[in-house]
Design a protein around this ligand. Structure first.
Ligand SMILES: Cc1ncc(COP(=O)(O)O)c(C=O)c1O
Length: 489
């Protein structure tokens, strides 16, 4: 953090001083900048690199850094309004209009304003990420022979093997493709198994990023309700019958947002129902490595118990590492595997080899199991801190299920609560929460918010965030009088 800000400060100072030099004039040497500003050589070279990127400075190997020649005048902004017409013409003739809306995804990717408690984050706080192990893995990966060469299109064989072993059952490395993060794997999977205009059965509620993928592919999401034991099989069978859908997207483990785990007696039923409908199950196994210390034995992925190739499995490393560690896998059996492979190659060629090598280095290092153990303990502590704080400070909010994996709680708001007003009031009070509405592909039964406990700095922030949410609830919940700030409870 200190390093990053000193780079910025030095770049600002040098930028201000550039006027002292004529274009082409030589800047002081790196060594003299190190001495004058009492910073490290790395800071100097990163500050200079920033100015080079801005086009203000040029460097010449062996000669030093120079003020860049003045920029050519920018082309004045033209009239882009023609694009509105061009982009709207896009969907003419489509059965289901394709809509590209990233808001459901950006809500958990965007950094909140400074000072705001981040209950809306979808990834681990930097302090929980295995930063040192990742850096070491990346450095070792860069030194591996052929690290910058082209990898096999399906992925490095050892990494495919590692993912296959993680899934278990009879899944082999030959049935695994290495992909660039769960989001991209889900996109490939949905495009492979459903043509534009087709219905796709989704859990309700479910991950808005997946709904966004479906809509941008011209698919029609059809909700199937989830309860505390995962998707309800009778309603799933009804939905297949009513729609003729050929795909159901399911998160059997720590479902996002409810945290539900598909009950043992439902696992076989879901596969049987899909098989009878001649449909695929896309299994989004997004947080298998994000378990809490008290989770006990996890059920294995549906793909491990699927001889007939019903399941297209998605597993990702990002949630347990860093959002930037975009390494994931698709696993499937039968002709669909070739379809997946072709789409992945056409869309992206392959996952950058250095990243695949780094993934192998990371998961093969002793730091990996250590990280997962520490993470499990930390997540349990945070989950407990959040549930305790909610029970004490916000008893009127219902937490129907406390999960033993994943990174968030799904909270039902009292009937009649204006969900949008509450999320806005929360932000004003200094806590960012994720609104529940985008998780429903049709009308929701109630207002909800999702509260993440992984993206904050620690349990102190969790307590403070819940306190701020209390302030927002005092303002917005039905029966609470905002003007006087008096609560009705
Ligand atoms: C349920 C679910 N699936 C998939 C993803 C995509 O994750 P990534 O692309 O980082 O693997 C997310 C991210 O929030 C998610 O919540």
């Amino acid at each position: 953090m200190y390093e990053r800000s000193s780079v910025g400060e030095l770049a600002d100072t040098l930028r201000r001083e550039l006027d002292r030099y004529s274009p082409g004039g030589k800047l002081p040497s790196s060594r003299s900048l190190v001495e004058r500003f009492r910073v490290s050589p790395v800071t100097v070279s990163r500050a200079l690199a920033q100015l080079v990127a801005e086009g203000l400075v040029v460097t010449r190997p062996g000669a030093g850094a120079f003020r860049a020649p003045p920029r050519a005048a920018r082309t004045p902004a033209g009239d882009t309004s023609w694009q509105e017409v061009a982009l709207s013409a896009d969907g003419v003739g489509d059965l289901v209009p394709r809509t590209v809306d990233a808001s459901g995804v950006t809500v958990s990717l965007a950094a909140p304003p400074p000072g705001v408690v981040e209950f809306n984050g979808g990834y681990l706080h930097p302090s929980l990420q295995p930063e040192r192990a990742l850096s070491a893995a990346l450095a070792r990966a860069g030194r591996r022979p052929g690290a910058w060469g082209r990898p096999p299109l399906e992925g490095l064989p050892e990494l495919r093997e590692w993912f296959a072993r993680g899934i278990g059952g009879a899944v082999t490395a030959a049935e695994v493709l290495v992909t660039a993060g769960g989001q991209s794997a889900l996109t490939t999977a949905l495009r492979a198994v459903a043509p534009p205009g087709a219905p796709v059965l989704v859990e309700s509620p479910t991950y808005p990023g997946m709904l966004a993928i479906a809509r941008s592919a011209g698919l029609r999401p059809v909700p199937v309700p989830v309860d505390a034991d995962g998707v309800r099989p009778a309603l799933l069978a009804d939905a297949f019958r009513a729609t003729g859908a050929r795909v159901f997207v399911c998160q059997p483990l720590f479902q996002n947002p409810t945290g539900a785990v598909l009950a043992p007696d439902r696992r076989g039923e879901v596969l049987r129902i899909a098989r009878e409908a001649g449909a695929f199950v896309v299994e989004d196994d997004y947080v298998r490595r994000l378990v809490h210390e008290d989770a006990g034995q996890l059920p294995r992925p549906l793909a491990a118990d699927d001889p007939d190739g019903v399941v297209v499995h998605v597993g990702s490393l990002t949630k347990a590492t860093s959002p930037s560690f975009r390494v994931s896998a698709l696993a499937a059996r039968g002709p669909v595997l070739e379809r997946l492979r072709a789409i992945q190659v056409v869309d992206t060629f392959f996952v950058p080899r250095p990243l695949q090598e780094a993934a192998l280095e990371l998961v093969g290092s002793p730091a990996w199991p250590r990280h997962l153990r520490a993470l499990a303990a930390e997540l349990k502590g945070r989950r407990d801190a959040m549930t305790t704080a909610l029970r004490l400070d916000l008893p009127e909010l219902a937490v129907p299920h406390v999960p033993s994996g994943g990174y968030h709680l799904w909270v039902r708001l009292p009937d009649g609560t204006d969900e949008a007003a509450l999320t806005a009031a929360a932000l004003r009070a200094g806590v960012a929460v994720t609104p529940g509405r985008p998780y429903f592909s049709a009308e929701p039964p109630a207002g909800h918010v999702r509260l993440s406990f992984a993206a904050v700095a620690g349990t102190g922030e969790i307590t403070e965030g819940v306190r701020r949410l209390r302030t927002a609830c005092d303002e917005v919940l039905p029966g609470n009088r905002s003007a006087s700030g008096i609560r009705s409870t």
